[in-house]
Design a protein around this ligand. Structure first.
Ligand SMILES: [Zn+2]
Ligand SMILES: [Zn+2]
Ligand SMILES: [Zn+2]
Ligand SMILES: [Zn+2]
Ligand SMILES: [Zn+2]
Ligand SMILES: [Zn+2]
Length: 235
């Protein structure tokens, strides 16, 4: 059985990584385990979850625009800084080209709530520090907690915040994934990414809450992204 991934020119096959074999995933730059997609010709490997990540998601922490899965950073530095964890990334990202939001695939699917053996209460994912203040430190690793990045916080204890990477390594794939191939609603304005489609007409929106938001279809967002990453300007 062969698979096609949009980021790679050759077909991929399924492979079970045996214990002790070290293959790096092209999507997240971490070592592969269990089931992966492989192109042996190029030594190109993808975790099953990285290979199955959908082309766009609607994330609650950036709900005004779709986040588009980009196979490489769209910046000249060939690197992005993840808004969630604050570390660099050089591989796949979910990004909004309009707002310069970039997320590792793993960070895009952080669980909204986690439990950790170091704390008795459930911790809740926040994208802006609720406990606030400068000089906030992570209660697990004691290093500083940047309020520009995401954290897990305890709703019960005051000032209990930890880094996302300290709190969990769990990924909840599928959380914000949308119907990527099946058109269940004929009137759905979001056309599947795999098919060329004419720009959709403006949909009538519900009562506005006072703020005018530019709503992009995934296709339009992708067009902007590709435009930014394309050196040749089109006329
Ligand atoms: Zn991966
Ligand atoms: Zn290949
Ligand atoms: Zn990250
Ligand atoms: Zn945006
Ligand atoms: Zn920490
Ligand atoms: Zn607590």
């Amino acid at each position: 059985m062969e698979y096609k991934h949009f980021s790679h020119e050759h077909n991929l096959s399924i492979y079970q990584v045996p214990h002790g074999q070290h293959l790096k995933c092209y999507g997240c730059d971490k070592f592969c385990d269990k089931t992966i997609y492989a192109c042996w010709q190029c030594n190109f490997f993808l975790h099953e979850h990285c290979g199955n990540a959908t082309r766009y998601i609607k994330h609650p922490f950036h709900s005004s625009h779709y986040l588009i899965l980009s196979p490489y950073p769209t910046y000249p530095s060939n690197c992005f800084v993840c808004n969630a964890c604050g570390t660099n990334g050089t591989r796949f990202s979910y990004c909004c080209a309009l707002c310069e939001v970039d997320l590792h695939v793993n960070c895009a699917f952080l669980p909204p709530k986690v439990t950790h053996k170091a704390h008795p209460h459930e911790l809740v994912l926040n994208h802006s520090s609720q406990t606030g203040g400068q000089n906030q430190v992570c209660k697990m690793c004691r290093r500083s907690l940047d309020s520009n990045h995401w954290s897990y916080e305890c709703p019960v204890c005051a000032n209990y915040g930890v880094h996302t990477l300290c709190a969990t390594s769990e990924i909840k794939m599928g959380l914000y994934q949308m119907d990527d191939g099946l058109e269940t609603e004929p009137s759905n304005p979001s056309a599947p990414m795999t098919q060329p489609a004419a720009p959709t007409a403006q949909q009538g929106q519900g009562p506005s809450d006072g703020q005018v938001q530019v709503e992009l279809t995934p296709l339009e967002a992708l067009a902007i992204l590709m435009g930014l990453s394309n050196a040749n300007p089109h006329v």
